[in-house]
Write a protein that binds this ligand. Structure first.
Ligand code: ADP
Ligand code: MG
Length: 238
């Protein structure tokens, strides 16, 4: 379980998260919503351990009882925490397959991984040549997001966070990504989706919805809260 208590965080002395308390349970799907600039991406990056985010001493951030604050991002990844970025950066010279081979070194047979990735590409509707191209280098928005989803499936994380996996994708791609992730993410994984896409929310059928505003949690509820908020906007939520 991911347990967040009184989490406050700042970037370059600008306070962005202001005392967030939330629990994310195994096997459940969460949707996080909030106006632009409310701190959703910062929350995701803080959980993952982005080094330029300063977390206050009073904050608690624990994964299955282990204090994440003491661990660097790579160590958090080794614990099974995965973050798909809102705007993934290209890494020229490193292919998707090479990246996953390094990450899964000793855990998966390389031939089996190669076969699995080809199967994933076919299933999500991506030409398999993308697996050998430099990651995200010249990829379209939709192609980037599909590659992010393939990485999540291959890594089989126990905590998977998707920061706007739908941005830049067309309706068909959103459907394919949602179906792909539902089929391939481990059942027992904790899944957190930051999204405003009604289509994605409908397909994901989240157990719980969290609304952030100005660095604070302002509402928590079920799927109906997401539907209502998307329809009526964030204005009415204090
Ligand atoms: P959201 O994902 O909800 O749109 P973000 O977490 O990206 O919001 O940003 C929250 C706030 O933090 C915004 O006001 C943004 O300008 C600010 N912020 C994000 N990154 C930085 C940074 N590197 N330096 C200064 N401010 C930042
Ligand atoms: Mg964001």
């Amino acid at each position: 379980m991911l347990s967040i208590k009184n989490l406050s965080a700042a970037i370059s002395d600008k306070e962005i998260l202001l005392g967030i308390t939330l629990d994310f349970e195994p096997g459940k799907t969460y949707v996080v919503l909030g106006p632009n600039g409310s701190g959703k991406s910062t929350l995701a990056a803080t959980i993952m351990g982005r080094p330029d985010i300063a977390v206050t001493d009073a904050s608690e951030l624990a994964w299955n009882g282990e204090n994440l604050k003491a661990l660097s991002a790579d160590k958090r990844a080794r614990l099974g925490i995965f973050l798909s970025f809102q705007s993934p950066l290209p890494i020229p010279g490193v292919s998707v397959e090479e990246l996953l081979r390094c990450a899964l070194d000793g855990e998966k047979d390389l031939v089996a991984l190669h076969k699995e990735l080809r199967g994933f590409a076919k299933e999500i509707g991506l030409d398999e040549e993308f697996l050998s191209r430099s990651i995200h280098d010249g990829f379209s928005g939709g192609e980037r997001k599909k590659v992010e989803a393939i990485q999540a499936a291959a890594l089989a994380p126990s905590l998977a966070i998707f920061d706007e996996i739908d941005t830049g994708t067309d309706t068909d791609a959103v459907k394919r990504i949602a179906e792909f992730l539902s089929a391939h993410l481990p059942q027992e994984a904790t899944k957190i989706f930051i999204t405003h896409s009604p289509k994605l929310i409908e397909l994901l059928r989240p157990d719980s919805v969290v609304i952030l505003k100005e660095g604070r949690v302002v509402a928590e509820g079920g799927r109906d809260l997401a539907v209502k908020t998307i329809k009526e906007g964030f204005e009415g939520i204090k």
